[in-house]
Design a protein around this ligand. Structure first.
Ligand code: MEV
Length: 309
C-alpha cells in the first residue's frame, strides 16, 4: 500500500499572467487530496474500472510513470472539483508522488516536474504554478525572471518559469465557492485569444506584474489592508480579461460588504472560487454561506506533498 497526500492551492495574485511569464503568487492550502495505491489484478479507481475520460490525470500519471502490475487506486478529496482550488493539480501530484515512491524516485522536485508535464499534456496550456505549489507546499512565486533563490525551474515550448519559495505569514484566507464549474483549459484558451489580439490586454498583464511585486512586499510586511487593495485591483484586471462571471461578481460584492479588505477570483475563473482577506474572516465566511455558497477559512499548508509506503 502506498499513500500520498497533496494540498490544494489558491492563487493569491497573478493567475493567467503567469501562463505568459508574468509573476504569480500561490499558496498551498489546508484542503487536501489523498490517494491510496495497491497492486491489483486490473486497473481500478474507487472500485470501478479505470476510465480514461473520467480519470484523465490518474491515467496519464500511470502511463508516464508505471509499467508494473495493474493498480487499484482509491481517492479521497476535501477539494470540490473544478472549483479553482487545485483539485486536478492535487490529484496529479498525489498520484505522481505515490508512483515515484513505488519506484524509489520520490522528491518534491521530481513530483513537480512530472505533474507539470501531465497537466500541460491534459490542458494543452498551463504554467507550473499549480503543480509546483501542491508539491512544495507553503507559498511560491513563479516568474520568468531568473534571480537568486529559486528552488527549481521548468521549461516548455520556449517558456521558462523559475519557482521561488515565499515565506507566507500565517494568514487566514476565506474561500467562497460559486456553483459554476471552472474549466481551466477553456478559460485559459479564451483569455489567451484576447491577449493574443489586444495590446490593451498586454498592458493589463504588465499592470498585473506590478501588482504582484507590490503584493509580495505587502504580504511580507503583513500589511493585509494593502494586500486586500492589491487583490481588488488584480480582480479588476481579471474581470477585464474575461475571467469573471456574474456569479463570481456577486460573491466578490458579498465578501467586500462583509468587511473584506479585498477579494478576487482565484485560479482560472469563469466560475470556481473567490478568495477574500479581512480581519474578521468568520464574518465573511458567514456572509457567503448566507448566500447559499460553500465557504471555508483556509490556512497555508506547510508540508506540500507527502508519501507513505
Ligand atoms: C490556474 O490555477 C492558474 C492559471 O494561471 C493557469 C496556469 O497558470 O496554468 C489560470
Amino acid at each position: 500500500m502506498t499513500v500520498a497526500i497533496s494540498p490544494g492551492k489558491i492563487i493569491l495574485l497573478g493567475e493567467h499572467g503567469v501562463v505568459y511569464g508574468k509573476p504569480a503568487l500561490a499558496m498551498a492550502i489546508s484542503l487536501k487530496v489523498a490517494v491510496d495505491i495497491e497492486i491489483a489484478s486490473q486497473y481500478m479507481v474507487n472500485s470501478h474500472p479505470l476510465e480514461e475520460r473520467k480519470h484523465v490525470y490518474i491515467k496519464r500519471a500511470i502511463d508516464k510513470l508505471w509499467n508494473g502490475s495493474p493498480l487499484s487506486i482509491t481517492t479521497f478529496s476535501q477539494i470540490p472539483s473544478a472549483s479553482g482550488l487545485g483539485s486536478s493539480a492535487a490529484i496529479t501530484t498525489a498520484m505522481t508522488a505515490a508512483l515515484l515512491a513505488m519506484r524509489n524516485d520520490f522528491s518534491k522536485e521530481n513530483v513537480a516536474r512530472h505533474s507539470f508535464e501531465i497537466e500541460y499534456e491534459v490542458q494543452g496550456m498551463a504554467s507550473p504554478i499549480d503543480t509546483s505549489t501542491c508539491s512544495y507546499g507553503k507559498a511560491i512565486m513563479v516568474w520568468k525572471k531568473e534571480k537568486q533563490g529559486y528552488i527549481w525551474s521548468m521549461s516548455k515550448n520556449g517558456s521558462t518559469w523559475y519557482v521561488y519559495p515565499f515565506d507566507v505569514p500565517d494568514v487566514s484566507i476565506v474561500v467562497g465557492i460559486s456553483s459554476i464549474k471552472s474549466k481551466t483549459p477553456k478559460i485559459v484558451k479564451k483569455v489567451g485569444k484576447f491577449i493574443g489580439h489586444s495590446s490593451f490586454a498586454k498592458d493589463l498583464l504588465n499592470e498585473m506584474e506590478t501588482l504582484v511585486t507590490e503584493g509580495v512586499d505587502a504580504l511580507k510586511k503583513r500589511d493585509f489592508i494593502k494586500f486586500g487593495e492589491i487583490m481588488d485591483k488584480n480582480h479588476k484586471i481579471l474581470y477585464n480579461i474575461g475571467a469573471s462571471s456574474k456569479e463570481i461578481e456577486k460573491l466578490i460584492m458579498t465578501a467586500r460588504k462583509a468587511g473584506a479588505y479585498g477579494a478576487k477570483i482565484t485560479g482560472a475563473g469563469g466560475g470556481g472560487s473567490i478568495i477574500a482577506i479581512g480581519d474578521e474572516p468568520e464574518k465573511i465566511r458567514e456572509a457567503l454561506k448566507e448566500k447559499g455558497k460553500d465557504a471555508y477559512i483556509v490556512l497555508p499548508d506547510k508540508d506540500g506533498v507527502k508519501v507513505w509506503k
